[in-house]
Design a protein around this ligand. Structure first.
Ligand SMILES: Cc1cc2nc3c(=O)[nH]c(=O)nc-3n(C[C@H](O)[C@H](O)[C@H](O)COP(=O)(O)OP(=O)(O)OC[C@H]3O[C@@H](n4cnc5c(N)ncnc54)[C@H](O)[C@@H]3O)c2cc1C
Length: 375
């Protein structure tokens, strides 16, 4: 956001609660939609991405002992790229630093006032001092647990929330991926996934209890479960390697409406959370800020406020489609505790339809590689 505004000659200040190194090295998302890759290139952030990112043109679904691929490049001529979130963040931090940006790390915002007036004020701490920052607009890009969403009066905010009865145990392993494609195992024992982090590092996930203690999963138990859920005849088995990181992620669908209040504009996880199945968290945050940056540029350059006024509607329209895709995939591919056998057969039928028909493959391909930012 700050980088996009800078390129348009608009000044901004970034207030970040965490320290610089923490922000730079935090491991999270890994898959970028085609539109996001194009946007990063347009913003002059494509150099490392073009060296390091791995293009993915298909996804391999494994269920009922077989592999069923959806080749989105063949279906619609679009792709996704594996490029970890911390690399995107590193590129942005480098670009902002080079431009001499005003970024305050270890500067938690405590309160935002005056959002309905012309000069909102952010109250934050920095180096033991209480500070205040007056501005024209506030971009609330402070994640699910930030303070900006709570600055919107509760009676003006409508919240939609769904918590799933499972989580993902995620590991990083020092091993090349068994195949060059993202693999999803939709097994009666639970969901599993193989994704690629680099030519020598694999990211793997296993559906587990939402409050699972990762220490209860020995390496042997992890590999045995991954083989059970991902290996099928005719395809190379999961490659084992040293496990270098292990953690559990809970699953949630969440959306707050509207995404704007007065001079505050929520973007990314501050407004919405998706289960990670569709790889949409980071991509959706970047879609929001693209809309917001364009709207602010129109305001400062042309005095046109129509885009700002439409910000929430524009983002929500797309975001509900993204929620539908992410929640739908999550429900289709995971085992729910105590699930009725009828619903289980419907899940398999959905998977069969999605992978086995042109209509199903097209719908998946369009959504997975990224819907247009503005309809
Ligand atoms: C473990 C994990 C794995 C994930 N895996 C995937 C994945 O595979 N695919 C995917 O698409 N998505 C994934 N996500 C989600 C994805 O990382 C997020 O959707 C994305 O980071 C959202 O970006 P954001 O900028 O909105 O929020 P964040 O990245 O959370 O950034 C918000 C920032 O605001 C700062 N902040 C918070 N409160 C304050 C405050 N009071 N004052 C100042 N600063 C504040 C935080 O320190 C943080 O740096 C994952 C998330 C996690 C936690």
């Amino acid at each position: 956001m700050s980088h996009m505004l800078h390129l348009a000659g608009i000044e901004s200040v970034v207030l970040e609660r965490a320290g610089r190194e923490h922000v730079r090295t935090r491991l999270r998302a890994g898959v970028l939609e085609q539109g996001v890759v194009e946007m990063l290139r347009e913003l002059g952030l494509g150099e490392r991405l073009d060296q390091l990112a791995l293009k993915q043109s298909a996804l391999d679904f494994r269920f009922d002992g077989a592999s069923r691929r959806i080749d989105f490049e063949a279906e619609i001529g679009r792709n996704v790229w594996v490029y970890p979130q911390h690399e995107v963040v590193t590129d942005l931090m480098n670009a902002r630093q080079k431009a001499g940006a005003a970024i305050f790390y270890e500067a938690p915002v405590q309160r935002i006032d005056g959002l309905e007036g012309e000069r909102p004020v952010l109250h934050f701490e920095h180096q033991g001092e209480s500070c205040r920052l007056e501005c024209d607009y506030v971009a609330g890009c402070d994640g699910f647990r930030g303070v900006s969403r709570s600055a919107i009066p509760a009676d003006k905010l409508k919240v939609f929330d769904r918590i799933y009865p499972f989580g993902w145990l995620g590991i990083l392993a020092e091993a090349p991926a068994a195949t060059n494609e993202i693999v999803w195992g939709c097994h009666d024992g639970g969901f599993a996934m193989q994704s690629i982090r680099s030519p020598s590092v694999t990211r793997l996930y296993l559906q587990c209890a939402p409050d699972e203690n990762p220490d209860h999963w020995s390496d042997d138990r992890i590999w045995s479960e991954l083989h059970k859920r991902l290996d099928v005849e005719g395809m190379p088995p999961v490659n084992e390697g040293r496990v270098t990181q292990k953690g559990v992620t809970a699953m949630r669908s969440f959306l707050a409406e509207p995404m704007q209040w007065g001079r505050l504009f929520l973007a990314g996880d501050a407004a919405h959370i998706v289960p990670p199945t569709g790889a949409k968290g980071l991509n959706s945050a970047l879609a929001d800020i693209k809309v917001l940056a364009r709207a602010l540029v129109a305001h400062y350059r042309e005095g046109a406020d129509a885009h700002l006024a439409r910000y929430s509607d524009t983002c929500l329209r797309r975001m509900w489609l993204v929620q539908r895709f992410s929640a739908g995939l999550c429900t289709m591919t995971h085992q729910f505790p105590g699930q009725n056998p009828f619903v289980q057969r419907l899940q398999r039928t959905d998977l069969d339809y999605m992978t086995g028909t042109r209509a199903g493959r097209l719908q998946f391909s369009e959504n997975f590689t990224g819907l247009p930012v503005e309809a």
